[in-house]
Design a protein around this ligand. Structure first.
Ligand code: KG4
Ligand code: ZN
Length: 328
């Protein structure tokens, strides 16, 4: 089965084509229009998706050496995300489905991130735990069985990636800030600035206190060292993730831990969780960097699996700005 994946939930227009688990094309167009605003402007995101989605699909088909008629299934993100941005992807997918007379499947974006764990051919035995850590979400999910999720905890305020982005913004680093914070942190000295590691509330996360501590520190110390702030913010932000996941691993007996979403690109995060996985005796799975951030092959794979089990989505399906995994 050849599946065309379409992802437009935020500021990446992505088209992926897979045949079973084989990746035939994986294109991601990241919008630079938001850089000067230090965050995503929803209307700009939607307008850029409209401009890019058709040419990107054509190029993806050329790379895969396929015509539109060869596509068996169209898999598209329906949410959570920015409504205007999602509508571009879903409307495009519906139009293709009608024109080609091929089935449509609508996918939850978070489920897509979880399927990124399988892009390298890994097979995860149920149940397993997933830490989803991105610009829009920070959640710990217990995957009981295929399509059966229990969200153990989530952020009570900012997402972890969002905190990276906001701290970067207040130090005048470009958007998205995560990679810039990581780079600056390489030259910073740990312990030169003390930022509090947020205290877990159950299995929930919280980043607003840490973000505010950085805001006050930079405001009160105008000659601050960007590298030191980055290194010590990153340390506290990652320690919080490790503490919550460590507690969840104590409560749920699993053999595997997956980490997905844009922040899982971070090398310090990878090192810290390698340490935790050794300590707890669980196997750690983190996708290749290109599948950590938003992409459409993860949507194509999740959609293929859903279609095989539940059949196609109805063409009347709408986008959703929010949708918890245990509600789908
Ligand atoms: O998964 P993703 O591409 O989009 C969402 O679904 O949100 O994640 C984007 C987030 C941004 O907040 C970005 O700053 C963060 O991932 N990110 C990083 C790194 N690379 C991307 N955060 C920390 N370190 C990185 N190297
Ligand atoms: Zn995402």
């Amino acid at each position: 089965m050849i599946t065309l994946g379409i992802e437009t939930s935020c500021d990446e227009t992505a088209i992926g084509i897979i045949e079973d688990k084989k990746i035939l094309a994986n294109l991601v167009s990241s919008q630079i229009a938001h850089t000067k605003y230090g965050g995503v402007v929803p209307e700009l995101a939607a307008r850029n998706h409209i401009r890019v989605i058709m040419p990107l699909t054509k190029i993806a088909l050329e790379i895969a050496d396929l015509g539109l008629d060869d596509i068996d299934l169209i898999s598209v993100t329906r949410g959570p995300g920015l409504v205007g941005a999602l509508l571009v992807g879903l409307s495009f997918a519906k139009a293709l489905s009608i024109a080609l007379d091929k089935p449509l499947i609508a996918v939850n974006h978070l489920e897509g991130h979880i399927y990124a764990l399988q892009m390298d051919g890994s097979h995860l035995e149920h149940p397993y735990l997933v830490l989803l850590v991105s610009g829009g979400h920070t959640e710990i999910i217990y995957v009981k069985d295929e399509f059966v999720y229990e969200t153990l905890g989530k952020t009570l305020d900012d997402a972890c990636g969002e905190a990276f982005d906001k701290v970067a913004k207040l130090m005048k680093l470009p958007y998205p800030g995560g990679p810039y914070i990581e780079k600056e942190a390489l030259h910073g000295e740990l312990g030169r600035v003390q930022f509090p590691v947020p205290k877990p509330k159950g299995y929930n996360f919280s980043y607003s206190g840490l973000k505010t501590a950085v805001l006050y520190y930079t405001r009160d110390n105008p000659g601050y060292s960007c590298c030191d702030v980055a290194a010590n913010f990153q340390k506290a932000a990652l320690e919080h993730l490790v503490e919550v996941v460590s507690a969840a691993l104590g409560a749920k007996k699993v053999k595997q831990l997956g980490i997905v979403g844009g922040v899982s690109v971070n090398n310090r995060l990878r090192e810290k969780f390698q340490g935790l996985s050794k300590e707890k005796g669980v196997a750690l799975h983190i996708p290749d960097v290109q599948y950590c951030t938003d992409n459409a092959v993860m949507i194509a794979l999740a959609g293929t699996r859903r279609f095989e089990k539940f059949g196609p989505s109805d063409l009347s399906i709408d986008v959703v700005s929010r949708e918890a995994l245990d509600k789908i």
